[in-house]
Design a protein around this ligand. Sequence first.
Ligand code: NDP
Length: 482
Amino acid sequence: MEKILNYIDGELRAPATDNWLDVMEPATATAYGQLSDSGVEDLELAVAAAGAAFPAWSQTPAEERGRMLRRLAQKIEAMSEPLALAESIDTGKPIAVTRKVDIPRAARNLHFFADAASQFASESHHMEAGAINYTLRMPLGVVACISPWNLPLYLLTWKIAPALAAGNCVIAKPSEITPVTAWLFSRLCQEAGLPPGVLNIIHGKGPGIGQAIVEHPAINAISFTGGSATGASIARTAAPEFKKLSLELGGKNPSIVFADADWESMMNGVVRAGYSNQGQICLCGSRVLVEASIYEKFRDEFVARVATLKIGDPLNEETEQGAIVSLPHRDKILDCIEQARQAGGNILTGGGASKPEADRCSEGWFVEPTVIDGLAADSACNQDEIFGPVVSLIPFADEEQALAIANGTRYGLAASVWSSDVSRCHRLAEQLQAGLIWVNTWMLRDLRTPMGGLKSSGVGREGGMEAMRFFTEPRNVCIKYR
Ligand code: NDP
């Protein structure tokens, strides 16, 4: 069985305690590897290595740091097929998706911040009183990047790339549930000649090593993507230590459909938004708000399309719906569906566990793509993040009601509006409480723009140069010359 080692000070190391965790393949429910269950000794080694590497890395010319990130991007591109396969096995996600989305986008993150490194600039302000201010943007030192299981390599690179580009040294912790692509990436870092200690990847459990990372006094900033409850717990630990925090958290995103939307592209977009990666993307549209005049027509066609999504072996090219990432998560999703049923919801399609045809997947963790309606906007199913292939339909009478329902949750990550009325789209964009608003599209991302949510969906939005700025501290210098 393959052993997934930590990457510390440029070396691949077993955990000091020699404790290991099983790594499971969701599609088959079998263990296929073992993962370092790291402890504080491993963390101390990583922090010491990162601290020792910081003076040289932060002094390395930005263009050279950019060249190193580009080399890493090219290594990912050269290894794209084995990485796509590994991520599909690790997450249960269809291989067509890991090939098309996860792996190319991970390389793109590194390319983007390779360019950004050389474009990063600080501000200067002239005062009439005869003085000039300029702002130095200094890297923070040793920073932590903690990422979740749903887009493992994409979200790991999204966090480490701006941190490294800005001259920091990083302790990264991928999710214990999906560690494989981070492990392969650490080998690519060795091949690319990344100086030892600049990036350290430590594996293990969130409440164990994750918590220890957050508490460590030498770690100056934490960039975290994950659930809102974990984010709140991290904030409670880090805030009294005055650590810099960026939290990208959960969502309960509305797709808002008006009668004047272009039917075909709307229907494709809303199905994709609901069920991509089995609904396990923070940006998924899990509440579909539909104008009452087209509700029945929409519902019937939506249900018919969802019912034909092909569930199957994630390694099969044709598969559209793969496995759910873990057994506890599958059971949580089924529990949410049961609660929705008990609350009076109509299960229009799906509603249970599923067994794909492939023999090797007979024990795997699959859930039928599910559509529910008939629930109040304030019911648990319409308020809580389920993070699975479960979409709830809610009719609305007019724009005002659509907006009230859309904004009526504690989350504020993303929203999509489907309409051909340009003025209405602008009006809604202004009033929707969401960090990311798409009009007649979904999940179209430009890396120059801020990423993240409002309310319980997070703080410290990152994106483009803002992401690099997060990983620096400003020092203003005021020079009086007259
Ligand atoms: P979790 O919050 O459970 O975990 C995220 C990461 O934090 C994992 O690496 C986890 O480790 C680690 N962790 C868990 N507990 C602690 C702790 N006490 N201290 C430090 N680290 C800890 O989220 P999931 O992995 O379940 O991911 C799904 C969530 O992520 C969803 O809510 C989703 O909406 C959100 N998300 C948000 C995105 C955004 O950009 N806003 C993007 C993608 C996902 P381990 O897994 O090993 O326990």
